[in-house]
Each structure stands twice: as structure tokens, then as C-alpha cells.
Design a protein around this ligand. Structure first.
Ligand SMILES: [Zn+2]
Length: 209
């Protein structure tokens, strides 16, 4: 099982079709947003880049909610730092093949892949100096310390997680109990799973390259 063709849910492929895939690029020009796409660097679970470039995309429905979160964070002295957003289903296969751990990495065949639908974002809070707030664990730490409500991490980290949870919830996002950094739109299965080929310039390296 190495190809996205094996997925048991429909995958949308092909060149961008306006009004269907509806992915919008998120850039640092967006107020209150900083990009640090972990899968475009070796700083991720697999120890090597999965994306060939640091492109950040979300479904058009998710963009106003991200902007709203940035607006809510601003008076508190924070900005949003994004680790991942739209993840082509090919990238989900790369993660699943490296870490087939249900509950931590989603098996692409289940269709439980909100990032592949463009409606999930992984992020943290940074201050105006660009320093990440202490969240107790790093992004993608698979331990139970990453769960919301974990009391093993410092009270400072707990407080910071609740600030992020409050900002994102107030902006209209749903959360995932086992990852403090992950937020997604409610009812993500309303949106299709997308292949890298829907992007005019894809995130994935050429096959076999
Ligand atoms: Zn996530």
C-alpha cells in the first residue's frame, strides 16, 4: 500500500478547477501569520523533507477563520505560527508509511484526513519578538503530554494551550483532543480529499525523484 490510489474514499485529482478544490494560498503577508512549514524541512517525524517547497494552502472556507484567530490573538500580544495546513494525500501516505500509528498519524484509507481536505491547520502562538510560547511539548510530539488537559506539563504550558484553544474556538475552529497544535473545521468530510495534482505547482517532489 504505497499509492493514494488505494484510498477507500474518493480523491480529487487533476489541475485546479475553480470552485471545486478552492484552495487559497496563505502567505506571511496575511496579518498576524508566520509560516514555518515543518514538512518542507527535515524538522518533522520522518527526519527528511516531505514537501519540495514551503507552500501553505487552506480551503477558502477556512481562511476567514484563520484570519479571525489572528485578529483575536493580536490584542493579547500574539501571532500565529503555522506548521502545516493543506497536506496532499500523497504526503499523508508518506507520513503513514513512516509512522503507521493509528490515533497519531491517520491512515489515509480511513478518509480521516482533514489536512488532505484543506480544512486543518497545525499551529502555535508566538509573541511579537517571534518567540514560540511554551506549550509543554513540540509540534508532532506523539506522547500523551501533547493531549489537551494533560497536567504533566508546566502550568505555564497549560495556560498557553488554553489561550490557543480559546482563540481558535472563538474563531470557529474545532480541536483534536490528542494534539494541542491541531485545529480543523467542523464536519471536515464535507470537503473532498485532494491530491497534490490539484495545485498548479505541487508540494510533492516528482515521483521517483
Ligand atoms: Zn494536524
Amino acid at each position: 500500500m504505497t499509492g493514494f490510489q488505494d484510498i477507500h474514499v474518493p480523491v480529487q485529482t487533476g489541475k485546479p478547477q475553480l470552485g471545486i478544490s478552492m484552495l487559497v494560498e496563505i502567505t506571511p503577508a496575511m496579518p498576524g501569520i508566520e509560516l514555518a512549514l515543518a514538512y518542507a524541512t527535515p524538522e518533522n517525524l520522518t527526519g527528511q523533507p516531505i514537501y519540495r517547497r514551503a507552500g501553505c494552502y487552506l480551503h477558502a472556507d477556512a481562511v476567514p477563520l484563520l484570519a479571525r484567530a489572528a485578529v483575536l490573538a493580536q490584542p493579547l500580544g500574539y501571532r500565529l505560527k503555522i506548521f502545516d495546513a493543506f497536506r496532499p494525500v500523497e504526503a499523508q501516505w508518506a507520513l503513514w508509511n513512516a509512522f503507521p500509528i493509528p490515533g497519531f498519524v491517520s491512515d489515509p484509507r480511513t478518509g480521516s484526513v482533514p489536512h488532505c481536505r484543506g480544512v486543518a491547520v497545525d499551529l502555535t502562538l508566538i509573541d511579537f519578538q517571534g518567540q514560540e510560547l511554551d506549550m509543554g511539548t513540540g509540534f508532532d510530539d506523539p506522547s500523551a503530554k501533547s493531549w489537551h488537559g494533560d497536567t504533566e506539563v508546566s502550568t505555564e504550558a497549560q495556560r498557553n494551550r488554553y489561550i490557543l484553544l480559546g482563540i481558535m474556538s472563538a474563531a470557529g475552529w474545532d480541536f483534536y483532543a490528542r494534539e494541542w497544535w491541531h485545529y480543523q473545521l467542523f464536519q471536515p468530510r464535507r470537503y473532498p480529499v485532494l491530491s497534490d495534482s490539484v495545485l498548479a505547482s505541487g508540494l510533492m517532489p516528482p515521483a521517483g525523484g
